[in-house]
Ligand binder design. Structure first.
Ligand code: ADE
Length: 356
């Protein structure tokens, strides 16, 4: 479909280009957070299947001297979608521009970014399921044929222009693959789901981060943090910093198993990595809704947490841990969740837990 673009919009984009004003791009900067991000596949822990297929795709693209096919990564937050995009750019030896769908509100935002790309570069769009319809339609011909379809002029004198954009690779990331439109999803050549990390993999992540930050940590200290990190490297890295603060103030700076446990207890993170919000969510379903099923909007109102936080942050891990179930009628807790939280499980079909 041709893109709607009036003259002003088009002129603005041209102006933006010639003045070299950057569109809303979050540069892949050298911030502290980025320092602990691995830059190569060799240093990237976990996701072994994905890593292997990506390494093959990268090698093939290099041998053909073509950009990589467009890639879609999906899965719960914190599993390293942005990190992986950075690794891919580094391994391809190309620049990456990072943005997110909510920042691409106006047509000029996406047009500006596409026109600012150089050949072979990677454009990373986070939360790509939130892209609006107009931005999506601008992307289609750009992804498929490396053209922008634009119309200029008014009524009688409308002209359609096909403007070439450099060959680029789009990497889209989403926590909700199902919310992507079919036509957009179909334009990605490679689609991968990121999996939760095992305790062993997270232990390696914790040790690597501690070593980069010059934090002393024992093997068991690293395991204790890994176990309570909900299968998520972003959480593991955050906990390394929090436990390290505790170790410094209450001990001699070294993270041991005991220090990790004391510190995580202090943060109210339990043996399974559940925090207060997770426990409140489960207890709410048990105590107020008889174990469920109950709709997420009702839970959101009762808990005072927004629906997106419940769906994107709390639920993925509770679902995978088997504590929560999704049914067509809403969320239900499992007997495992009841046992874990110390409720008695009733064998009757009527109610999950014993009264009194
Ligand atoms: N930090 C965050 N994610 C990581 C990963 N997958 N490997 C190594 N360090 C990480």
């Amino acid at each position: 479909m041709a893109i709607i673009s009036d003259d002003d919009e088009f002129e603005n984009v041209r102006e933006e280009k010639s003045l070299n004003v950057k569109p809303e791009v979050i540069e892949f900067d050298k911030s502290f957070e980025n320092n602990i991000r691995p830059k190569t596949f060799q240093n990237y822990i976990g996701q072994s299947g994905l890593k292997e297929t990506m390494q093959i795709s990268i090698e093939a693209a290099k041998r053909r001297e073509l950009p990589l096919d467009h890639l879609l990564f999906y899965g719960p937050p914190g599993l390293g979608k942005t990190t992986l995009a950075g690794v891919i750019a580094n391994e391809m030896d190309v620049e990456i521009k990072i943005t997110s769908a909510p920042a691409l509100e106006r047509p000029r935002d996406i047009i500006g970014i596409l026109m600012s790309l150089k050949g072979g570069e990677i454009l990373f769009i986070d939360e790509i399921h939130r892209l609006n319809k107009v931005a999506e339609e601008i992307l289609y011909p750009a992804m498929e044929d490396f053209f922008l379809d634009m119309t200029t002029g008014k009524s009688q004198s409308v002209k359609t222009l096909r403007i070439p954009v450099p060959k680029f690779t789009l990497i889209g990331a989403t926590t909700k693959a199902g919310a992507l439109s079919g036509p957009l999803r179909d334009r990605f050549g490679i689609i991968h789901r990121l999996e939760f990390y095992s305790t062993e993999e997270l232990t390696q992540v914790v040790k690597r981060t501690a070593s980069i930050l010059n934090i002393k940590i024992t093997d068991n200290g690293a395991i204790a943090i890994a176990k309570r990190s909900r299968g998520t490297p972003r959480i593991a890295n955050r906990l390394v910093k929090r436990v390290s603060d505790y170790a410094l103030v209450r001990h001699d700076g070294e993270i041991t198993e005991k220090i990790a446990q004391l510190s995580l207890n202090c943060l109210k993170i339990d043996d399974f990595g559940l925090d207060n919000t997770d426990r409140c969510l489960l207890k709410l379903i048990i105590e107020k809704f008889d174990g469920g099923p109950v709709g997420v909007e009702t839970l959101s109102a009762a808990l005072g947490e927004d629906v997106r936080t419940i769906e994107d942050v709390c639920e993925p891990y509770l679902l995978q841990a088997g504590f929560l179930q999704r049914t067509p009628r809403g969320r239900k807790v499992s007997p495992e969740a009841l046992r874990y939280l110390g409720y008695k499980v009733n064998n009757s079909q009527q109610s999950l837990f014993e009264e009194g």
